[in-house]
Design a protein around this ligand. Structure first.
Ligand code: 0RA
Length: 645
């Protein structure tokens, strides 16, 4: 394009590009990205419309089918999208909803939209990004239909038969030219979101069916999600592998200052804090005013109760807000008419008025509970005191880590083989299982930008350890120092300080066997619980060493799974020799470089947190005390590092 044309483009084409065209030009602006996440976002967007219809009281069943061709069908038993003439646009209202960006359900003044995807962009965006979409409406005794290609209407809304039901059905096939990475849906990802929606909106039944796969009896894989109790059931589900400290879940549901608020919480015997917050069914990863309200209400109420009960008489140290939340699993869900989302990922609620609404709700709920359950109240206060005691010990241990980090010259761990580059953006560090593999990696690496930190055997399971034990652990101290990460800012004594981060790629490199996966999971658990920001910022990766070396004469090729191995053997013809790598230690430096470390040929899997609530549950399950669910999970997900957690 010439310079001149470019100017014209920016001057007058913007307007023309508005709407559906613009969605196709800039899909990420509307659905976040065009990768796996964006692909799944399309489903959430359509389902959210049905959830809105349910919240308005007109629908109680939603079904989601993953069809054989990876198209998706969402069906509900609501009133059906109106099909009559839309006066302003001069076409059917259905067509307006499907083809006008931002139309949504807004022409219906009675229902204010409380659900809505992260970006709340509506089903027309899904239409624009679909190769094909078909909308079917059961309404007024008739079945109405309209189809679209890449958002363009194929024919005016028509009737195709009679019906005695009402409802809406949308089937869409995502456009491969937009979703270039993949158009294959992940059942578990969709199941986690449908389960979450069922808990967040009690009474609604959501049925997810995978028509690509059948079980042993020849039925499609399918799950039905339904919750009668809502958040209190959600909390129990999240904590099903932890040991509950009190007999009951503490929960409330109501309206404060016109804001619908729901809260459920339970204390368990673990040491981690698991707070999850939602606004209009959206997981607010970065928290915000509703979460501040929860914290404030919790701290004030428990502190007051503890003081008045005399249980703190002999406590000589100060109790902080954090201490009230150790071993706490809680969910806060609010519905806000005009949410203001802030923060890096636009998942932080900004509406000021929400803080006091939630804090009042929590105070009332807790006061009632403490009054009615004096034994549980005592148990909770004692747990808080223990947490405070441990925190003081942890603070000392943390300060040790910090002091070491600050002395940068000679302060790096002795086991670290550092790289010579100093620009963190190009530097990588490999966390390697065992000293011997560490040695091989050290020989094989490119010392300009690749550093090696060997970790000894099984690292500490932070899921089961108290904080001060974590900060006293040698391997963990080494990780903090090597990475250049310190803890604690003036505002928040537990915040991570990443400003001196020394590497922008942290690669976990373990054996490709069960033990290796276990160690990788232990390391991931550590990052998830103690350096979550590193995961959120996309700094954490997992290396993928090969499983086989196939050799014939001078020819050698690596295989990462059995299928690939067989193909190579076939290609090489008879007499090929297969070596199965039992661990990194069996590879020499050159082989390790060629297959696993060389940026030109390696595959690094970036660790992302798709669904924080689910990730949290999975980690507590994998690393907790309860063995049977862990075994089940590992058997079902032989490669569980793939959970995208
Ligand atoms: C606006 C008005 C009415 C229904 C809907 C929107 C509606 C939208 C969707 C999207 C998926 N399922 C849906 N179900 C209903 C109905 C207004 C009326 O009947 O008076």
């Amino acid at each position: 394009m010439s310079e001149e044309k470019k100017h014209n483009y920016s001057a007058d084409s913007i307007q023309a590009l508005e709407g559906m065209e613009h969605v196709r030009m800039r899909p990420s602006m509307y659905i976040g990205d065009v990768g796996v996440r964006g692909l799944h976002h399309l489903v959430y967007e359509v389902v959210d419309n049905s959830i809105d219809e349910a919240l308005a009281g007109h629908c109680d069943e939603i079904s989601v089918d993953i069809n054989e061709d990876n198209s998706i069908t969402v069906r509900d038993n609501g009133r059906g999208i109106p099909v009559g003439l839309h006066k302003k646009e001069g076409v059917s209202a259905l067509e307006v909803v499907m083809t006008k960006i931002g139309a949504g359900g807004k022409f219906d003044k009675d229902s204010y939209k409380v659900s809505g995807g992260l970006h709340g962009v509506g089903v027309s965006c899904v239409n624009a990004l679909s190769d094909h979409l078909k909308a079917t409406v059961h309404r007024d005794g008739k079945i109405w239909e309209q189809e679209y290609e890449r958002g363009k209407t194929l024919y005016p809304v028509k009737t195709v038969g009679g019906t005695d039901k009402t409802g809406t059905e949308v089937t869409f096939l995502p456009d491969k030219s937009i979703f270039q990475q993949t158009t294959e849906y992940n059942y578990d990802t969709l199941a986690a979101r449908m389960r979450e929606l069922a808990y967040l909106n009690k009474g609604i039944t959501v049925v997810l069916t995978d028509k690509r796969n059948k079980d042993d009896e020849g039925n499609f894989i399918s799950e039905t999600f339904h919750s009668t109790e809502g958040l209190s059931e959600f909390v129990k589900f999240l904590d099903s592998t932890r040991e509950q400290l009190t007999s009951d879940v503490i929960s409330m549901e109501g309206e404060k200052n016109g804001i619908p608020v729901e809260v459920a919480m339970v204390y368990n015997t673990s040491y981690s804090e698991n707070l999850h917050s939602y606004v209009n069914n959206i997981n607010t990863h970065e928290g915000g005013t509703h979460l501040s309200g929860f914290r404030r209400g919790l701290t004030h109420t428990l502190k007051k109760y503890a003081d008045e009960s005399g249980l703190l008489k002999n406590v000589k140290f100060e109790i902080s807000g954090d201490d009230f939340r150790e071993g706490l699993t809680a969910i806060v869900s609010v519905k806000v008419a005009e949410p203001q989302f802030e923060g890096q990922t636009k998942t932080k609620l900004g509406n000021r008025e929400v803080t006091s609404a939630v804090s009042q709700a929590v105070a009332e709920m807790l006061n009632d509970f403490l009054e009615e359950n004096p034994n549980d109240a005592k148990t909770i206060v004692q747990k808080v005191i223990l947490a405070a005691q441990a925190r003081h010990a942890a603070k000392k241990a943390r300060e040790m880590v910090q002091r070491k980090t600050v002395m940068s010259i000679g302060g790096l761990p002795g086991k670290l083989s550092d790289c010579s580059e100093t620009d963190p953006a190009v530097c990588e560090i490999f966390l390697v299982e065992g000293d011997s593999a560490g040695g091989t990696a050290k020989q094989g690496r490119d010392r300009n930008f690749q550093a090696i930190l060997p970790l000894r055997g099984k690292i500490l399971n932070v899921e089961k350890a108290m904080q001060h034990k974590v900060f006293e652990n040698e391997e963990i101290k080494n990780m903090f120092t090597a990475l250049g990460i310190t803890i604690g800012t003036e505002e928040d004594p537990r915040a991570l300080n990443l400003s001196k981060l020394r590497y922008h790629k942290v690669v976990i490199m373990c054996d490709a066997d069960v033990d290796g996966s276990h160690i990788a999971t232990l390391i991931l658990t550590f990052f998830f619980r103690y350096m979550r920001e590193m995961v959120e910022q996309g700094y954490i990766y997992i290396a993928t060493p090969p499983l086989y070396l196939v050799k014939k004469g001078q020819k050698k090729e690596y295989a990462w799974d059995d299928n690939q191995r067989d193909l190579i053997v076939q290609k090489m013809g008879g007499g090929a020799n297969i070596q199965r790598y039992k661990g990194l230690g069996e590879m020499n430096a050159e082989q390790l470089w060629d297959t696993t470390m060389n940026p030109e040929f390696r595959t690094l899997r970036q660790v992302t947190i798709d669904n924080l609530t689910e990730a949290d549950r999975v980690f507590s399950m994998l690393m907790g005390d309860d063995v049977p669910p862990r075994r089940d999970f590992i058997e079902r997900n032989a490669k569980y590092a793939n959970i995208d957690a």
